[in-house]
Design a protein around this ligand. Structure first.
Ligand code: ADP
Length: 257
């Protein structure tokens, strides 16, 4: 497919993308925390058509014992796509891609976790992609960092992630699946917005140094926007817990009277 054909398919005459977005427009993001009772922490994130659940167990006693480290907690991560998350049924067995994404997700989150507070323990993180539409590793990282916070894992700050790509020769924010597949490049980035430390940066395709700089700046700016949304969701969650506790205390006090 040549550049011109890509331009006709991916960007229309008004400069809009296949899903009607502008080049610098993020897909709508919805987040929810604390939705699973059994896990210590959980979060759900929708980014465009991506639907992703993240669950955290721990810090808890390391098992098997030989994986424990004497000076810090071990973070384990599993990124998994459900068989029904793609157009064609995906094999439930972990693929090479899922193994890679489990590793980069762990590495993107590890710098944020104050793991030295919990020596000899482990923290298990599960990311289950229920529906995928491009950019699932980034949405998974954003959701997983909320699930860690929901589990009460002490952190230096949250981690927010988003990808910037190149379609039909132009830089575009937050590629969807079709753009990812037919596009020229994709640059997923995760940062700890409190310090701007970069915890994930991968690149698929080719960008010129100038395009790379534009894409990277756009990704960092967008991670800050996503971070604001993460903070709002966490605050709402803790205000509702506070209200629940106050109501229960009040009910107990009335019963005693
Ligand atoms: P990311 O989801 O982080 O962008 P990739 O670039 O590897 O990761 O994948 C892009 C998209 O390709 C995914 O979000 C998903 O929609 C689709 N995809 C990935 N693996 C498969 C698969 N095994 N079968 C069908 N679609 C897949």
């Amino acid at each position: 497919m040549n550049q011109r054909e890509k331009a006709v398919q991916l960007i229309d005459e008004n400069g809009l993308r296949i899903d009607g977005r502008r080049m610098d427009e993020l897909r709508p993001i919805k987040m929810q925390v604390g939705l699973l009772d059994k896990a210590d922490g959980s979060a759900y994130i929708e980014q465009g058509k991506n639907k992703i659940l993240a669950a955290v167990y721990g810090p808890r006693e390391a098992h098997p014992k030989h994986v424990a480290l004497p000076h810090r907690a071990v973070l384990r991560c599993r990124y998994h796509m459900a068989p029904f998350s793609t157009q064609e049924r995906k094999s439930p067995a972990p693929s090479r891609r899922e193994q890679e994404l489990s590793k980069v997700t762990r590495e993107a989150l590890e710098p944020a976790v104050l793991s030295e507070y919990y020596p000899r323990t482990m923290i298990d993180l599960f990311i289950e992609v229920l529906q995928s539409d491009g950019g699932s590793r980034c949405a998974g990282i954003t959701g997983a960092s909320l699930a860690l916070a929901d589990a009460g894992v002490p952190m230096r700050g949250l981690v927010a992630a988003c990808a910037v790509g190149k379609i039909a020769g132009k830089i575009a924010l937050d590629l969807c699946d079709a753009e990812d597949k037919q596009g020229d490049a994709d640059l997923p980035v995760a940062i700890m917005p409190r310090s701007d430390a970069v915890t994930l940066m991968q690149m698929d395709g080719i960008l010129t140094p100038e395009e790379f700089e534009t894409a990277f700046d756009m990704a960092v700016k967008t991670c800050h926007i996503i971070h604001e949304q993460q903070k709002t969701i966490l605050k709402q969650r803790y205000l509702s817990i506070k209200q629940e506790v106050e109501e229960k205390t009040e009910q107990g006090r009335r019963k005693e009277e």
